[in-house]
Write a protein that binds this ligand. Structure first.
Ligand SMILES: C[S@@+](CC[C@H](N)C(=O)[O-])C[C@H]1O[C@@H](n2cnc3c(N)ncnc32)[C@H](O)[C@@H]1O
Length: 445
């Protein structure tokens, strides 16, 4: 059942096969119109020959009918926003609480990336882990999470992303782990739980030990800190010499974790220059939100199912967004989404960086080129699903219409309880922002 729901959400073909990209690699937004026109023209010729000898008014009338029908037909074949969910199942599970909204998901779906993305490599290989592996890991992780030194990690990671980081670090078994953005050290602690023996390099302007004076924090013994007076930004580190000192020659054995609220395009390019291949970004904000340009922003494009947005004030999307805002705190309504000239990409047409201390307007063309670049250098893009459905976690922040299906789906309270998740404070489920794992193509690094 879950499998069939998932497969129904995948893009059936690569967009390039859909003919939505120009042969020179440029995006041709008019290709759909052109297709409609040629279909209409062919229908017109056909209609004319069939009706030869009959009166012109009838032919014109019929031509209009056929053209309208062909337009509708062509549109339904090229609709980009698809429902990521089976609406009837969702309505059943959510019941009256979401009455009517479940069926609206179609216009505001999760951006489903081309087949090579969404956990699949260019060779068609998916990420190695399955939903079953995630479930198994989740059961194990709850007990570990209960022992965390920093119980209240406000402004840092909550449960969902802690699980994701732990799960992926444990699965990938790197020889070295690098984190950028440590705060009090919770994510360092999570990495340590995943890999008890592996060296960590942690970069953060303020050393986590500084927080120890005020309350719980975590400082790791087997970690090199570039923090406090020794702080160096990830992009300025001489990685060659650092890795050599640590005896690392195979960069595919290094995992880099970013939780530093920097422009993720900038970070990706820096990681690429250094030759790193396995990257995790903690705050992968949805379009229209967040304090930095995220991979989710970058990948959200017209040619991707569920991607690209309408700023038309009376559009279905605007209406649905307004409705969803009432239920989900972090849902983005039309006014938050769109700039003065209807820029919907990034955050109202801006590429934010460094906790929004820097803010640069970009054109749609630049934004689109960024997405082409990201696509060209990545083999895998995989968003961590939320650990459990909102009716179980009681979270009301991220909008489930813009996230993938949770690992424990709504309605499965028995499982949620059996895993020990019901014992956790509800606030630990508040921080889900589509944490993403990306694998850089070996040829690009
Ligand atoms: C959201 S917090 C990190 C939370 C932490 N990973 C956790 O799970 O608890 C962001 C951190 O990034 C740090 N930061 C700010 N600029 C940075 C930079 N250029 N490089 C690395 N870290 C940076 C901030 O000082 C802050 O500690």
């Amino acid at each position: 059942m879950q499998e069939s729901m998932l497969s129904s959400r995948r893009s059936p073909t690569h967009p390039e096969e859909d003919g939505q990209e120009g042969g020179d690699g440029s995006f041709d937004d008019e290709s759909k119109t052109r297709k409609s026109a040629s279909f209409g023209a062919r229908a017109f010729v056909h209609t004319r020959s069939a009706l030869s000898g009959q009166c012109a008014t009838v032919s014109i009338f019929l031509f209009f009918l056929v053209s309208v029908a062909s337009l509708l037909f062509s549109r339904s074949r090229h609709v980009l926003c698809v429902s990521p969910y089976d609406p009837s199942t969702r309505t059943l599970l959510f019941g009256a609480a979401l009455d009517g909204l479940a069926s609206d998901f179609g216009s505001l779906g999760v951006p489903w990336y081309p087949t090579k993305f969404q956990g699949r490599s260019k060779q068609g290989k998916a990420v190695e882990w399955s939903r079953k592996d995630l479930l198994k890991g989740l059961e194990e992780f709850v007990k570990i999470y209960e022992t965390r030194p920093i119980k209240n990690n406000m402004y840092g990671m909550g449960f969902d992303h802690s699980f994701g980081l732990w799960f992926m670090a444990r699965w990938l078994k790197p020889d070295l782990m690098i984190e950028s953005g440590a705060f009090k050290g919770h994510s360092t602690w999570v990495l340590r739980q995943a890999m008890p023996e592996t060296w960590i390099i942690s970069l953060s302007p303020r050393h986590p030990e500084k927080y120890l004076k005020k309350g719980p924090a975590y400082v790791d013994k087997n970690c090199t800190y570039f923090a406090g007076k020794e702080f160096v930004d990830f992009g300025s580190v001489d990685w060659g010499s650092i890795l050599m000192k640590r005896g690392i020659s195979d960069l595919s054995r290094v995992l880099v974790f970013f939780d530093d609220h920097q422009n993720e395009l900038k970070r990706l390019k820096q990681a690429l220059n250094a030759g790193f291949q396995h990257l995790i970004f903690e705050d992968n904000y949805d379009t229209g939100s967040g304090d930095h340009y995220s991979l989710r922003h970058i990948c959200d494009q017209y040619y991707i199912r569920g991607g690209g947005h309408s700023c038309f004030i009376e559009s279905d999307e605007a209406r649905i967004r307004m409705k969803r805002k009432r239920f989900w705190e972090k849902a983005v309504d039309r006014d938050e989404l769109c700039g003065n000239s209807e820029e919907w990409w990034g955050v109202r047409g801006y590429m934010r960086d460094d906790f929004n201390h820097s803010n640069k307007a970009i054109s749609y063309e630049e934004h689109f080129q960024n997405s082409r670049f990201v696509e060209s250098v990545l083999d895998v893009y995989w968003e961590l699903p939320p650990v459990a459905g909102p009716s179980l976690t009681h979270q009301t922040r991220y909008d489930p219409a813009r996230a993938s299906d949770p690992i424990i789906e709504d309605g499965r309270f028995g499982l949620f309880q059996r895993f020990g998740l019901a014992k956790l404070e509800t606030s630990v489920f508040n921080g889900y922002t589509q944490m993403v794992y990306v694998q850089v193509s070996a040829s690009a690094s």
